[in-house]
Design a protein around this ligand. Sequence first.
Ligand code: BGC
Length: 729
Amino acid sequence: MENKKQQDQITQEEVKDQKLKEYAEKLLHQLTLEEKIGMIHGAQFFQTGGAARLGIPPLVMSDGPMGVRQEFLPSQWKPVGNRDDYVTYLPCNSAVASTWNRKIAYEIGSVLGEEARGRGKDVILGPGVNIKRSPLCGRNFEYFSEDPYLTGELAAAYIRGVQIWDVAACVKHFAANNQETERLWVDVEIDEESLREIYLPAFYDAVKKGGVHAVMGAYNKVYGEHCCESEFLLNRVLRQEWGFEGVVISDWGGVHDTRKAAESQLDIEMSVTDNFDDYFMARPLLEKIKAGEIREEAVDRKVKRILVFMQKLHMLNEGEPGNSRPGGEGKETCGKRRAGAYNTQEHRQKALEAARESIVLLKNDQGLLPLKPEKQKRILLVGENARQLHADGGGSAEIQALYEISPLMGLKSHLGGNATVTFAQGYCSGVEKGKEGQEPNWQEKSLENGGARQKGEAEDVLSQSTELKRKRKELLEEAVRLAADYDTVIFVGGLDHTQDCEGNDREDMKLPYGQDLLIRKLLEVRKDLIIVLVAGSPVEMGSWIGQADTVVWSWYAGMEGGNALADVLLGNVNPSGRLPETFYKTHLDCSAHAVGEFGGAKSVAYREGSYVGYRYNDQYGVEPQFCFGFGLSYTSFVYSDARLDSGTNRISCTVENTGERDGSEVVQVYERKKGSKFFQELRGFEKCFVKAGQKARVVVEIEKTDEDAVYCIGSSSRDIRLTLGGNRN
Ligand code: BGC
């Protein structure tokens, strides 16, 4: 019965697809070659050409993962500056991953999709699902995890959320784009098995589980071919093996050759330069087709896919020209297409909920958190990140946020007038932010120097200057002096988008701006120092972690980040974030550095193969600072009664909240298989909310069970509470 239903559904889908293809074919025959070429390359920085005569609109795109980016002029890297494009600033993907919650991922995707529609976009350029091979990659804050399963599950949910709004997600950057150094040219050397085991599955899940409509090709090369023209990646893997029928878009400037691009499975070429007619798939392609050097069918295939894609987004009204957009003639006229909205109250609430679930409690040895009421009278907040705003940085993921609540603002507004909250800068970054509108946008020059981002001159000069050193010394002394005088001292430091930034990788994991010294000095006078780190990637903590009792981790958590942090510090929210990546003691403990290469210019050898993240550390006994899956709670959970329901892929156990606070636990299932090359791999997870003193039965679905495997059920990759199976060995 069930089978029959499924079959009927499949046939219905097929019939629908067939109809879309037929209509696409019909339109295709009416298009001139020039019109078709216009549809397969950028005619503006974020827009292709349409064919108004036939009612085919252009495709309008926007970055990026943390919200819809501000409007740019069509052919200059300058914001339009209308002041009406402020959006909901969402937690970055690392934060989303840290929730280990598919529902949150879906909801964040849905906010992004609705806002993209609200801003008149057809394609949102995200999510980024590249695997965090090294903690030093400058774009890691845009990515989810070091683990393909966790990434794939969350990204698929996120994509489904985006796409219910008749907006396409564009999963990026396909594939093996794991460093920023020489990102335009570097050739990734990796054995195919590891590529398929670690770097491709999240894209596969985006296609198969997420039903993603668009894929962005990466800048780099794999096996000597540029990803945007790659026969292996685009044709063999994506189209043939995975059956992807959506649209493939190049990264901005990722195409290098007219013939290769035309004959590849790429559909749309985008770039950062304003010579739109000279793009490889523009006039040069037109000329080659006219000269009979390239067959027109190559273009037809692409256009047909774009036309089907547009129908899936309800962008085409059969036979009806005109598809007005917000900003055009007013309200949508286009039939069934959903309308969106941006900056709604509901979106801000979703951003807050996600931020709350993403914060990770790393240490709470003396139970100082949540703060007791008597400790909340006189609070000193030390550190630039207490008031630093992060939305408008990081590269193409920058956001013009409607607002952003800093940790200082969050705490002050939560405590109200009866408490004194004092701020001491403690350290300073020394980065002089350019005045709005005065600095050229970095993206304009992003194809120069292998894609490396030019650091601001002011920053370089300042960071070496004696003036800056003196200033840092003064700030440190002031903070240490003040620290003795308060009920509670909270340090808020970490990174900013100088380090977590497109176009650059970090050199190491050290905290910048003299923060290590400051933390050590503060700990000398305040053993009860509460350390909060806000960053997009892990940092070294070795020089002070032994002395510190209390450490809280926050990613770039969106516009409500400061409120979420205050909620956790004050105990309104019980922390439930779990690390989606290994926090190494130093980057040298990470396999990309210990075994492989990282940051190479011409090529980079992934010699560690598939031993990435915890897979390497667990196998070779390398102790991390904090392991994959780790995170504390204000309550405690006891696991019991594990079961693998026979004939199913369902593993279940009972989780009891034995503490005094309600809280959420993330039940993680790792597989240890005899004969497998890995010590263990994440196979399933489920987040569950359990009230204080109560029990819940938690069911974790895994993809397939293996009767020879042992299933380890735990609270992190190194805190296994129950095991199942393996009796046959
Ligand atoms: C980035 C992409 C981004 C594109 C458009 C490129 O520099 O790599 O992730 O979507 O620019 O801004």
